[in-house]
Each structure stands twice: as structure tokens, then as C-alpha cells.
Design a protein. Structure first.
Length: 158
């Protein structure tokens, strides 16, 4: 029976975790606030500022491809995706929101990396502004998932 390598050494604290935040510029008034809340949550979680990289993309549709590249780089322990899709008069909303969710889920599964989903899907800008704390919630989900993956020996290796 082949010998399985031991899981990577546990990080001694969140401070050592490396996190990529991929943030959409579309609906920038909202995504800027999502980003602010995410950065605050990372600091509260003990993540060192120098271990956080913010990567800007045009819109929510572009989040998965950049999250994929970030995951493939093996430089991060977690990825947080932030965006906002507001329903309009056409079915565009469903396509963009659905593809962002599907693509980000695929990144998480393909790379066994924590991906915090902070993409708002609302009817109005007012609803979106009321939900900007989802940036912090996406960070919390990503950090908890990264810790669980690490305990299982399934986290990305250095």
C-alpha cells in the first residue's frame, strides 16, 4: 500500500493565511463598500495586510476566470469574490449571476480552495447597499472553509 504524505503543516494563525480578493468594478459604489467590509473582516480575523491581494475585474461575469487564475497560482489559501448584479428589464441578470456562481463553485471544487461568495444579487441599488456586510460574511465563510480544508489535509500546499 503506498504511503500517503502527511497533510501540510497547519498554519499557526490566520495571520499567515494568504487571501486574494477578486472584486468587480461594475456597480462600484456598492462593490467598494463590499471590499471595505471584507478588508475589515480580514483584519479582525488576524490576516496580515501584506497577505491580502486585491484584484479588480470589470464585472461579476469576470470573477470566475480571475479566481481560477488565482487558485491555479497556488499563492493563496482562500479567495473572496465580491460583486453586485442588480436585476434589470432583461434576463441578463440571471445569466451573469448564474455564471458567476457556477464558475466560482467550479474553482473551489477543482482546486480544493476556499472561495467566499460575496456576489450580491438584488432587485435595486438600495437593496444592495443594505447588504454590503456580505463582504465580511464572504471573508468569514472563506476563512472557516480554509481551516476545515486544512484540517482535512486538503488545502493547497505551499
Amino acid at each position: 500500500m503506498p504511503h500517503k504524505p502527511p497533510p501540510p503543516a497547519a498554519r499557526t494563525s490566520n495571520r499567515q493565511r494568504r487571501v486574494a480578493i477578486v472584486v468587480s468594478r461594475f456597480h462600484e459604489k456598492i462593490t467598494t463598500k463590499l471590499l471595505e467590509r471584507a478588508r475589515e473582516a480580514l483584519r479582525r480575523g488576524g490576516i496580515a495586510d501584506e497577505n491580502v491581494e486585491v484584484i479588480s475585474v470589470p464585472g461579476a461575469f469576470e470573477l470566475p476566470v480571475v479566481a481560477e487564475a488565482a487558485a491555479a497560482s497556488e499563492r493563496y489559501d482562500a479567495i473572496v469574490a465580491l460583486g453586485c448584479v442588480i436585476r434589470g428589464e432583461t434576463p441578463h441578470f440571471e445569466y451573469v449571476a448564474g455564471e458567476a456562481a457556477r464558475g466560482l463553485g467550479n474553482v473551489a471544487l477543482a482546486h480544493r480552495i476556499a472561495v467566499g461568495f460575496g456576489v450580491l444579487t438584488t432587485e435595486t441599488e438600495t437593496q444592495a447597499l443594505a447588504r454590503v456586510d456580505k463582504g465580511a460574511e464572504a471573508v468569514q465563510a472563506a476563512l472557516e472553509t480554509a481551516a476545515a480544508l486544512e484540517r482535512l489535509g486538503a488545502a493547497p500546499r505551499d
